[in-house]
Design a protein around this ligand. Structure first.
Ligand code: SAH
Length: 237
């Protein structure tokens, strides 16, 4: 009996150890990369965002070959020539989206599903569109494995948004758009925020807010994202 208990303890230890280690790595990621304003970056201090970053197991969203780098200060390859954004950028975009529990969010560029999981830690209403079908399917599986069941994913061109679920309180585009996709602006609720990297070689993170007086634009920081493809690359109609 005792022997069996000991064997079980020994077998269970590595998993428990790993869970603790990842939690500790997440704590350090938040402290050193996100909340502190290291290297002159804008610190992210929104407690809801920090709690979401602490909760989501980022290591589950990266391929096994780079799992040991999951909590480092960099984007990582996720296959199909795409990347999962740097933790700081995910936190910053989430803060800029000013999402509140109960609000509705749309993400364009599901990729690994990580940003969607962070949004889902704040609100139950998260929609995400990914243009590469294999990535969309894999993200669905990863989210399920991570215990996130509320995110709705669609494979397709996010340029057109998700009209049946509009309007959205926040829309995040996680691929660089050479111009602002007008359908996304049209799908913003009043006071809704559209956060997107705008540009091609040179890109800036932009926040567009729909106000009663019209759409207001705020430029935040220079960034570097993979390009948004599809209809956004055709000349504006
Ligand atoms: N948010 C992701 C990272 C996204 S990388 C994460 O948390 O892991 C950008 C993603 O945008 C890529 O997966 C790319 O395939 C996708 N993408 C590019 N153009 C798109 C479009 N027009 N519609 C939807 N997704 C697009």
């Amino acid at each position: 009996m005792l022997a069996r208990a000991l064997v079980l303890l020994v077998l269970a230890a590595p998993a428990a150890w790993a869970a603790d280690t990842y939690e500790e790595l997440r704590g350090r990621m938040i402290q050193e990369q996100i909340a502190s304003g290291a290297d002159g970056r804008l610190p992210v201090r929104d407690s809801r965002v920090l709690a979401a970053m602490r909760q989501v197991p980022r290591h589950l969203f990266v391929p096994a070959e780079v799992r040991h780098l999951a909590y480092t200060d960099q984007p990582l390859p996720i296959g199909e020539g795409q990347t999962i954004s740097q933790p700081y950028i995910v936190a910053l975009m989430t803060e800029l989206a000013q999402l509140e529990p109960g609000e509705k969010a749309l993400e364009i560029g599901t990729g690994s599903g990580y940003q969607a999981a962070v949004l889902a830690a704040i609100t139950e209403e998260v929609y995400s569109i990914e243009i590469l079908e294999p990535l969309a399917r894999r993200a669905e599986q990863t989210l399920r494995d991570a215990g996130v069941t509320s995110v709705r994913i669609r494979a397709g061109d996010g340029y057109l948004g998700w009209p049946e679920a509009a309007p959205f309180d926040a829309i995040l585009v996680t691929a660089a758009a050479p111009r602002v996709p007008q359908p996304l602006v049209d799908q913003l609720a009043m006071n809704g925020r559209l956060v997107l990297p705008l540009g091609e070689l040179f890109q800036e993170l932009i926040v567009l807010t729909r106000t009663p007086a019209g759409v207001q634009e705020e430029r935040v920081i220079p960034v570097r994202f993979v390009p948004m493809v599809g209809q956004v690359q055709e000349p504006a109609p």
